[in-house]
Design a binder for this molecule. Structure first.
Ligand code: ZN
Length: 133
């Protein structure tokens, strides 16, 4: 077993900042009233390893503007991400994928659509890695 990879919270903030910076401008312009929070562990009682969670009212929901709701929240679970990561280099990729997954929920995409996007991101990531090696 590989010893787990642990990064400090400042590094996470930088990774999240990078991931947000990599979003297309028209996406980040729409990303209002969303708090991005990094927590250690997911709430108990969840099946599998939960890397992230979106809580809120998706943009596509009718009446969102009138709901007087609280700020939406995207939570990334540090310990889960570190458990899944095989190397330190993998953490920024996992953070980015998790963050984009939750942002996609905010935009109202379901898991079928998000799954398709994730396959594309992964293919791209594999290609990126190949050109580096
Ligand atoms: Zn999801």
């Amino acid at each position: 077993m590989i010893s787990s990879v642990i990064l400090d919270s400042q590094t996470y903030h930088a990774i999240v900042q990078d991931a947000l910076g990599a979003l297309p401008p028209r996406i980040s312009a729409e990303l209002k009233d969303v708090a991005i929070v990094i927590e250690d562990e997911p709430p108990p009682g969840r099946q599998g390893i939960l890397l992230g969670l979106y809580e809120g009212v998706p943009l596509t929901t009718w009446g969102r503007e009138y709901s007087g709701k609280l700020t939406d929240k995207i939570t990334l679970y540090r310990a889960s991400i570190e458990r899944v990561a095989r190397t330190e280099e993998e953490i920024p990729h996992l953070v980015r994928e998790t963050l984009w997954h939750e942002i996609a929920h905010y935009f109202g995409f379901d898991h079928a659509a998000i799954g398709q996007m994730e396959r594309r991101w992964r293919n791209k990531r594999v290609k990126e890695t190949k050109t580096i090696e």
